[in-house]
Write a protein that binds this ligand. Structure first.
Ligand SMILES: [Zn+2]
Length: 354
């Protein structure tokens, strides 16, 4: 900290201690907006929608179908977190409930990473998923952040031993979904400057501040894979983990025609930059997938619809129990042709190519 910053910091702390008796705790501050603006509650999506990013392992398929019918959700893609036989059993469970309303994305299985022949086995597993009718496979952020080889070295996202796996995925027309790294705020200190302080204070284990590979490096490793395997289709979940900077995501989509992004769990980010987000959706209408990453409930789906379909101002974003940051969102009132692509047509392109 330089002298000037130190002085500022001292001044701030003196101010805080002088006001201690009148200062509310952040956790007790729950202001109610006095704003009077139009409110449009969208009960059902304007067009049939496919939720391309969800986790249904713990849900009852029949209960899900009820919510889906209520909200005009045509299909949900369940990204199962089960591996081995349990993954196939999960896929069957949802297929039996409805072969047309549910799809399954497999989870990359690292349990035998240290066994001989692991990399080859990963390719064979992929073939079995394709045979069983899975619609993709997901690689999660443990790659690059925590997974270590037998010698103790952290695995790189662009580890070359995974190359045959990505090539095979291309051959099988099986999209690979990546969730590498996390929001920018999870890579900065948990302090008063952190815009997601409350969330991180409640879940300090979500912070990757000080990780061996900085966030930008993790993304660069991931992006190298998009480049290296042009015949393979990739889905970068959560707006390629860079919804704070849509110019970056835009460039990424322009550089890699084999790439799609999903919007799941990022409505809060998109909705606080409605002008930029609207331009982004108009420009990349063919490459964005609707998804929520939230337990399917009518209220949560409705907030997504309100964001995409209306020009409503300053409303709550959909989220699970923990809030992402202290702000509200604005609708981006997308035109019908864009809504149809984002809700459904882009997803169908991926689902029917398998
Ligand atoms: Zn997810």
């Amino acid at each position: 900290m330089d002298d000037h910053t130190q002085q500022e910091e001292d001044k701030f702390l003196a101010l805080v201690s002088a006001r201690k008796d009148v200062d509310l705790k952040i956790s007790e501050f729950t202001p109610r907006t006095m704003l009077a603006v139009p409110v449009h509650s969208i009960a059902r999506a304007k067009f049939p929608a496919i939720d391309f990013h969800n986790h249904l392992d713990a849900q009852s398929p029949l209960q899900m179908l009820k919510v889906m019918d209520e909200c005009h959700i045509e299909k949900i893609v369940n990204i199962t977190m089960r591996v081995g036989d349990a993954a196939f059993a999960m896929h069957r469970k949802f297929q039996q409930a409805s072969a047309t309303r549910f799809e399954t994305i497999a989870w990359f299985d690292w349990h035998d990473l240290h066994d001989e022949g692991f990399w080859k086995k990963s390719v064979e597993r992929l073939e079995r998923f394709a045979e069983a009718g899975f619609c993709g496979i997901k690689i999660w952020k443990d790659l690059g952040l925590t997974l270590r080889a037998a010698d103790g070295e952290l695995l790189r996202v662009d580890d070359e031993r995974l190359m045959p796996f990505f090539e095979k995925a291309g051959e099988l027309n099986l999209p690979v979904m990546f969730h590498i790294s996390d929001p920018d705020a999870f890579f900065t200190p948990i302090d008063r400057f952190n815009e997601r302080y409350e969330e991180l204070a409640a879940h300090p284990d979500w912070s990757f501040y000080g990780s061996q590979y900085a966030k930008e490096e993790l993304l660069a490793q991931r992006d190298k894979i998009f480049q290296r395997h042009p015949q393979t289709t990739f889905i970068a979940a959560h707006l390629a983990e860079k919804s704070e900077n849509l110019a970056y995501v835009s460039q990424l989509l322009e550089h890699h025609p084999n790439l799609y992004v999903d919007m799941s769990a990022r409505t809060a980010e998109l909705g606080r930059q409605p002008y930029t987000a609207r331009q982004f959706f108009l420009h990349h209408a063919d490459r964005i997938l609707f998804g929520t990453d939230l337990v399917p409930e009518a209220e949560s789906y409705r907030l997504h619809f309100r964001f995409l379909e209306t020009a409503d101002e300053y409303f709550d974003y959909p989220s699970h129990a923990s809030r992402q940051g202290r702000w509200h969102i604005y609708g981006i009132h997308l035109p019908d042709d864009v809504l149809q692509k984002v809700y459904r047509e882009n997803a169908l392109k991926l689902l029917t190519s398998v």
